[in-house]
Design a protein around this ligand. Structure first.
Ligand code: GLA
Length: 381
């Protein structure tokens, strides 16, 4: 999958050349899960699978059109006003409407989407589609916004128009990651630091339906807000949940599951700093911390599944694998593992057949290196 493929697909569909093509990658998060919307830190990297958005003007037309090589049904829409249809095309049309309402003189367009990034697997596919659209449109209307501005625009679109009330991680990772680096992002100040990350990461997509993800995610967000509200009654200076001390949480005797949720968030944030430090020192990810993160996500945040737990347990028994955990929101989706390249490479076959035998489903498994974030692939305007 590359820009040539995107160009050919566009020509096949519309019988003409695309004027601009932008692309943006999916992401995995090394550590820092459910910390972003709590004002904490995260450490994602861009993976080697991308989404391409190709565009040209559609002069004289009253509607725009977008088609995809991997999603059903085309979408027709007006670039100037967003109307939610509950389909993948919403991401493209919502980004267009955000550009138009920001003052861009946008004609109706023809657009195509090509992608090798699995959708709905928790790899940030909606952020990739948003950012690829952003980069294309920015070139299309000669808008000089930075990638960081575009990440914020995409995040606004995701939160207000189309998707999940998510944190900023996915959009920032898709926009700002650099090849050979993980992105250390402070989600309160939006400061970033590129941390060298040369080792490969194994991605294990459990290929499970994600029916509970949105409702459970929203519930966890509310629980975190409530935990913060109660902690602030005792300590009004608390900036956000990740800045609380674990002892504060224990002393506060928060009701129900709130203490577990808060402790996960606070300790996970500490783990981000540990992994960043170890990565800087040794060039490799501290595996034990990934196992700790998974255990906390399983027991405290309760967002794991039997399939994700199976993978992590299996990874622990594999010589040469140093660490593993679920990545992304959880409730299905993907896990990652780090370790010796040879061990990660040779483990894939057995992992696949054993997982199939245990769950009656084939996982998707591959190795990725840290890739480049969103970029403009072609500009012929
Ligand atoms: C989803 C959200 C992110 C983040 C993760 C959990 O991927 O889109 O913003 O909250 O879950 O870390």
């Amino acid at each position: 999958m590359n820009a040539d493929h995107a160009r050919r697909y566009f020509r096949e569909i519309y019988g003409a050349e695309a004027e601009v093509i932008g692309s943006a990658p999916g992401r995995v998060n090394i550590i820092g899960e459910h910390t972003d919307y709590n004002g904490g830190q995260v450490l994602p990297l861009a993976i080697d699978r991308r989404t391409y958005v190709a565009i040209r003007a559609r002069p004289g037309a009253s509607l725009s059109r977008v088609v995809s090589d991997s999603q059903p049904a085309r979408a027709d829409f007006d670039v100037h006003s967003f109307a939610r249809r509950g389909q993948w095309g919403d991401y493209v049309s919502a980004v267009c409407a955000a550009f138009a309402s920001g003052g861009a003189r946008l004609p109706q367009i023809e657009a195509s989407v090509t992608s090798d990034l699995p959708a709905g697997s928790g790899l940030g596919s909606s952020a990739a589609l948003e950012l690829a659209t952003c980069v294309s449109l920015a070139a299309f209307v000669s808008d000089s916004r930075t990638l960081k501005d575009l990440a914020l625009l995409a995040w606004g679109v995701e939160n207000q128009s189309v998707g999940l009330a998510c944190g900023v991680m996915d959009q920032f990772a898709s926009a700002l990651c650099e090849e050979g680096h993980a992105l250390h992002l402070w989600c309160d100040s939006l400061a970033v630091e590129q941390v060298v990350m040369r080792e490969a990461v194994l991605i294990f997509d459990t290929a499970t339906p994600r029916s509970l993800r949105v409702s459970q995610f929203n519930q966890r967000r509310l629980e975190c807000q409530e935990a913060l509200r109660l902690l602030r009654q005792r300590n009004p200076a608390l900036e956000n949940l990740t800045s609380a001390h674990p002892d504060e949480v224990r002393d506060a005797r928060l009701p129900g599951d709130l203490a577990k949720r808060a402790l996960h968030v606070i300790e996970e944030n500490i783990r981000v700093r540990q992994v960043v430090e170890s990565l800087k020192k040794s060039g490799s990810v501290e595996g034990e911390t990934l196992y700790e993160s998974h255990e906390s996500l399983r027991t405290q945040y309760e967002c794991s599944t039997p399939e994700l737990d199976w993978f992590v347990e299996r990874a622990k028994k594999t010589p040469g694998v140093r660490g593993a955990r679920l990545t992304g929101a959880g409730w299905g989706g993907c896990a990652i593992a780090v370790g010796d390249l040879e061990a990660l490479t040779s483990a894939q076959h057995a992992l696949s057949s054993e997982y199939d035998a245990a769950f009656g489903r084939k996982p998707r498994i591959w190795l990725t290196n840290a890739a480049k974030g969103a970029k403009l692939e072609r500009n012929a305007r």
